[in-house]
Design a protein around this ligand. Structure first.
Ligand code: AMP
Length: 422
């Protein structure tokens, strides 16, 4: 199928051409036509599927067909959980609207609000926002959402994990009841269905990939390792394998910082990305990682979620996640756009239960191996690390006074490890 047959305008086709896309991705093929028809859409798609263009292209087309209002009130609102995602979506909006007379802006917390406010004052058709800063500006009377025609809720599952459900409800109250809604989520839990029911109006359901396809195409491996030897092992793997762009996951912010320091001491350029890092530090780390000046990025789950890093060859779980679904999100960063990737998990005896839960979720046993000199002590305890000692790190809250790394309301303790749809 070609983009021409999706009913997109000449200006959008030019922008797509400029981006170099030759054909629509499955989610774009399925989501664009019903959105153009004005239908609400509930889509199951994770980052890497091309979902951003899937909602941005038809949204821009709809807006460009309507009359431009003199004061340019916000007509499309795209709500997303993290600052990085907001920035990435905004970049996409700018690219795709380069041949249209539409203005866009992005707002998120952790940075001075003044430049964002002055941008809003100039009039904005499409606003990309994280919930916290959006509500802050609305509460200060600096932003009005009463002319919103299109509402996009991106990464809805992560929104819930990060405790944004109340904020979403507040946003819904600020936008007109008559509007078109698009909701994207990688997983479909009971909570997501409930949220969708409250927001969407007879939605068309679209799915990017059949269940667990992502998991099956990615080469996965477990290395059973002594906990105390993990750092030495990861440095050896990266150095000897001459790996260039490696995304490493830890469970905690502290763990990410520690590992980054040790990598640097071991001669590997590395940067940590997590919720305690300033926006500037995170942006710098991400661009260094993309341009190759930083070889390893050490990330926590929420901070890494949604980062647009195409063609990532290596993902290493320095610590495997205690939330099985996070494993799927983590390894999903490798098999992008048909490129092959490898996901490796360093598993110490105390993570045995976490590994069992992950394998149950993905419905397969991940091949495991031992490396000479790094084998775990056969007598080591397989007692899991106490869950309450772990923190979930990320970039959830987008500004203001609250803690940016809130504990998930629907997180680890409450989640079941049942098979989900991806
Ligand atoms: P997303 O899932 O929206 O984060 O997109 C993942 C990546 O795929 C981004 O780098 C996009 O620029 C890219 N992309 C989106 N649509 C297409 C397409 N039709 N063909 C090739 N690449 C695409």
């Amino acid at each position: 199928m070609s983009f021409n047959s999706l009913g997109l305008s000449e200006a959008l086709l030019r922008a797509i051409n400029k981006k170099g896309y030759s054909s629509p991705s499955p989610i774009q093929e399925k989501a664009i036509p019903p959105i153009l028809e004005g239908r609400d859409v509930l889509a199951s798609a994770q980052t890497g599927t091309g979902k951003t263009a899937g909602f941005t292209l038809p949204l821009l087309q709809i807006l460009s067909q309507g009359a431009i209002q003199r004061r340019r009130p916000v007509r499309a609102l795209i709500l997303t959980p993290t600052r990085e995602l907001a920035a990435q979506i905004f970049d996409n909006v700018k690219d795709y609207s380069s041949f249209l007379d539409l203005k866009s802006a992005v707002i998120f917390g952790g940075v001075n609000q003044n430049p964002q406010v002055s941008k809003l004052r100039q009039g904005v058709d499409v606003l990309v926002a994280t919930p916290g800063r959006l509500l802050d500006l609305c509460n200060q009377g600096l932003l009005s959402l009463n002319k919103v025609e299109l509402f996009v809720l991106d990464e809805a599952d992560r929104m819930l994990d990060m405790g944004f459900v109340r904020d979403i409800e507040k946003v819904i109250k600020l936008i007109p009841a008559k509007r078109q809604n698009l909701m994207f989520s990688a997983t479909f839990s009971k909570e997501i269905k409930k949220l969708a029911h409250g927001i969407l109006n007879h939605p068309v359901m679209v799915e990017a990939t059949p269940e667990n396809t992502t998991v099956e195409v990615i080469k996965q491996k477990v290395i059973r390792v002594d906990k105390a030897k993990k750092t030495e092992l990861i440095i050896k793997l990266i150095t000897e394998g001459k790996w260039k762009q490696v995304l490493v996951f830890t469970r905690t912010k502290h763990g990410a910082n520690n590992l980054t320091k040790k990598m640097m001491a071991g001669g590997i350029t590395a940067a940590a990305i997590h919720g305690n890092k300033s926006q500037g530090a995170r942006t710098k780390a991400l661009s260094g990682f993309k341009d190759g000046s930083i070889r390893v990025m050490v990330a926590t789950d929420i901070a890494a979620r949604g980062l647009d890093i195409p063609l990532l060859p290596h993902v290493i779980n320095f610590e495997i996640p205690n939330i099985p679904e996070d494993y799927v999100h983590r390894i999903g960063r490798t098999g992008r756009a048909g490129a092959s990737g490898e996901a490796m998990s360093l598993v110490s005896p105390d993570e045995t239960t976490f590994l069992r839960d992950i394998q149950k979720l993905i419905g397969m046993t991940i091949p495991s191996e031992l490396l000479e000199g790094f084998e775990p002590d056969p007598n080591a305890s397989t007692e899991p690390i106490k869950r309450q000692q772990q923190s979930r790190s990320g970039s959830g809250r987008s500004g203001g006074k609250r803690n940016s790394d809130r504990a998930p309301k629907n997180g680890s303790e409450k989640r079941k490890t049942k098979k989900r749809r991806y």
